[in-house]
Design a protein. Sequence first.
Length: 610
Amino acid sequence: MRDQRKTKAQLVEELAHLRQRVAELEAENKAAPTSGTARARSGPADPIRMAATDTDITCRQGEENLHIELALQRLRNVILQMESEADWEQVVQNFHKELKAWVCFNACSINIIDLQAGTLISHAVGPRKGVHQNIRKTVEPDLLKALATAMENGRPWYRPNRRDPLFAARIPPEINAVVDVPFLGGTVAINSTQENAFTKRDMEIVEKFAQVISQAYRRLEDLRALAETEKRFQQAQKLEAVGQLAGGVAHDFNNLLTIISGYSQMLLLNLGDNHSAREEVKEIYTASQRGSALVRQLLAFSRRQVLHPEVLDLNALIADWEKMLHRLLSEDITLELKRSPFLSPVLADEGQLQQVLMNLAVNARDAMPDGGQLVIETMDVELKEGHVREGVAVTAGPYVKLMVRDTGMGMDETTRARVFEPFFTTKKAGKGTGLGLSTVYGIVKQSQGYVWVLSEPGQGATFEIYLPRTSEIAPGPASAEPHSSSQGTETILLVEDDDALRSVARRMLTQRGYQVLEASSGQEALRLASQPHDSIHLLLTDLVMPQMNGRELAQTLSAMRPETKVVYMSGYAQGVTDHHGVLAPGTAFLQKPFTLESLSQKVREVLDSS
């Protein structure tokens, strides 16, 4: 609760004090003096005697005020006991019970209306609440506007009879007088079956009760925010647990995939085009590549992939991918691009953003089986300090907004809440892995951005992505340079603790002409390096190894042989990147699972670098 609200102990103490004061006033009232004159008739000739009395009602007024304050305190105690949004109805019932003792409802009812949302916060309460059962939960716009205007001055709006056209058109015929009393968030509408039902004193009492309803509404807002925060926290914990699992298995799984794809690729190179086993080996290689793609998606979701950020123009990226997007979409889906002519650059991994575009386009296509429209829009935006959306507080600053909107079938609230979960999909079995949107989520989050989805059933879906702007200038298109041959004769020290993976990597390198020294650990690699060799041109080492990891090995070897260049290889980002997954400048990294071509190209690239 907010700081200005009283604690339960303070309220109990005030309640005891008020009860004592009521008892004192009752005692004073019994002993209150009365004044008057009396003339008695004594006989026929006597004049008629007159008698008159007057009573000081000040004490009674004070007693009534104290009883009202006691009622308000009881209501505040009920508010203090609210533990969830489900307790709100109990507050409303107690509000009605306490108020009806002081204001005459003429056997009718109370409504509480949220002016911001335009809805009834609670169902009508009271002896004849049935007269409101036909009222929709949503308040009609003209009535809502009239109420909001009337409430602007913070004073009650009293309509003593049905001659108000707006009032008469919206209220059931049983009701003949209404007073709307403003509170934080809306109005308390009190109804009566009689005209001119409420006195000035009634209005004063209702205003006091409306102030307590404001406290209850603040409490309700706090409880809603707390429930939403807990829900988001639980969801984040669940997603983080899946991410840790993905990162944990990625290393070993990528080693297996490297072995499978490496040997199958070398077999394909050695088998003739007409060999009887060629198709089978090709299927093995294809399956390994599909497995590699799944692991990459999991690593993207868990934010454990290695990023190669560069200054990018999103408009140029979308233009380059326009033809590809048209091929991804069916012929009955139109693509519309709305690119801001003055768009700021972002710092991100180009390949990862291409994956984001592709996944969102495929998701939109699947949501529009009968055709529709896909709109991709870019613009510069500014997120303000304190901006909170879906329970997430954003970092204020300048962003580039990428919006992808479709006219598909849309999503209900349950689907929307789970849309970024890995392996969650609404598609039929075999039609999707459920990793497309989770990949988008991971890439955007790892790029220090935000992603949200807006959708309603039958209303399509809009994905909004916010990426931080950068002040750096995007480079022009790179000039095409011929690639050097991936063959070589240099000596490479290969360090890998997995025997099978080390074996396939050695065979790949020797097939390309390199001399290979093998080691299964960092200590063995240092022993080999300490022996008299002419030169060790390159260290190719796994990052995650027992006792001595790849980075520690490279640092020690660099002191022994400063001319030796280094390439790290790993299945995920741990140990070679910062906490955002970004490679340190000048770090050569080979992502597992790798192919013969990617291995030989990376080795040749580093050896040829100055």
